[in-house]
Design a protein around this ligand. Sequence first.
Ligand SMILES: [Zn+2]
Length: 78
Amino acid sequence: MSDADQQTAGKVCSERVRYTQEFLQAIRELGALQNEQAKAVIEGDADFSRFDLLLHMANEKKDHAKYALLMHIEQHHC
Ligand SMILES: [Zn+2]
């Protein structure tokens, strides 16, 4: 029996909720870093590019979380 068979109408899929929360968390982390970098630029901090690697990593994490959620929805039909 597949996970999809266990779905009942109107019932929230706990896995989907978890993937959604992970995606939202990744978006927030990325946003926080972008704010930090913007703050550094505004404050005239010449070393504002120090955030670039962190931003790159946060972006990848967000993408992975997004694909995991999309994949789950596609395979689970929830
Ligand atoms: Zn699901």
